[in-house]
Design a protein around this ligand. Structure first.
Ligand code: ASN
Length: 314
């Protein structure tokens, strides 16, 4: 790195440290983390440690650069999500969560969406034997509690950002993917989010729109038993989650439909051979939640040390 670039980075770090906006957003984020953790614990969920390096990670459904390291004669990927670890962990403990740091080296065009960081944290939740409805209900209660906590503990921060965040009414509105597409066209996520004042669920995403691990709906072939939650006011994706494929044959078939390499998913395939119990779960992005609450342009502004795709960081 040239001297000028490094001086530039130090200057930008100093301006972040000195930014009241960022410091207040970090404070709100701290409440968000604490509220999610305490709510899930109260519901009986057990926090497990994050996995950062593994032979097994999320294939994702969109292109990212793929970092890995070699150690002890093994190729280890940096975690894109702990989806398979969650599925395995709930075989031992009925309900788990992780404040999970994820690395997704997004392409440079994602720098300006405001929603993408190449390192971020999701509260990743999974429960054995639960359905989509159970987990949507849990997510809604958890969000309502978190917003109440932020309103209580961060009133002056919300005032600084001129944000009046109402506690959303439950149950949140639900729209099936097909209906959303028909009514709003391909850009439905943005349009629904922009016109909404409260969070909205999108359910039943088509098979090709998601990774192989979400369960194909036996009553609606070609569509999944899964759900996304959208933040209102144009802030878009909050949650993604779903019930999981758990039978060996089905997982293998879904991997093949995606033209992915079964060998890369050997661990989950082998675990499913000896029988996996069904589970359902979701992940909620911490920076995106904070961005919505504070009304920020970019998730980067919730973090003292942000990782913006394509941009240098310290
Ligand atoms: N956390 C998400 C889920 O539970 C998966 C992901 O992050 N891609 O479905």
């Amino acid at each position: 790195m040239g001297k000028t670039e490094s001086v530039g980075q130090i200057e930008s770090l100093k301006s972040r440290i000195g930014s009241e906006e960022i410091v207040r957003a970090v404070r709100v984020q701290s409440t968000v983390r604490g509220a999610i953790e305490s709510y899930l614990r109260k519901e009986g969920y057990v926090e497990i440690s994050p996995v950062i390096l593994s032979t097994l990670t999320d294939p994702l459904n969109h292109p990212v650069y793929d970092p890995s390291i070699t150690a002890y004669n093994q190729k280890l990927a940096l975690t894109k999500s702990m989806i398979f670890h969650k599925q395995i962990a709930v075989q031992a403990i009925p309900g788990i969560f992780i404040m999970s740091p994820n690395i997704r080296l997004e392409t440079e065009d994602k720098a300006s969406t405001g929603r993408h960081l190449y390192e971020f944290t999701q509260a990743d939740v999974e429960a054995r034997g639960k359905s989509m409805d159970d987990m949507m209900d849990l997510a809604e209660r958890m969000i309502v509690f978190t917003i109440e906590e932020v309103r209580k503990n961060n009133a002056s921060d919300l005032e600084f950002f001129s944000r009046r965040i109402a506690v959303p009414g439950r149950p949140f509105r639900r729209i099936r993917y097909r209906d959303a597409y028909e009514r709003y066209g391909s850009d439905f996520e943005r349009r629904i989010s922009e016109e909404s004042k409260e969070p909205v669920w999108i359910t039943g995403i088509p098979l090709e729109g998601r990774e192989f691990y979400d369960l194909e709906d036996p009553d609606d072939p070609g569509y999944l038993r899964d759900m996304d939650l959208l933040w209102p006011e144009g802030y878009q994706e909050a949650i993604s989650g779903g019930e999981r494929e758990f039978k060996y044959e089905r997982i293998l078939q879904r991997i093949k439909i995606k033209k992915q390499e079964p060998e890369s998913f050997r661990t989950i395939l082998e675990m499913s051979m000896s029988g996996l119990e069904p589970s359902c779960g979701f992940g909620i992005g911490i920076e995106r939640f904070t961005r919505y609450l504070c009304g920020l342009k970019h998730c980067a502004d919730t973090n003292l040390f942000p990782r913006i795709p394509g941009q240098p960081g310290i």
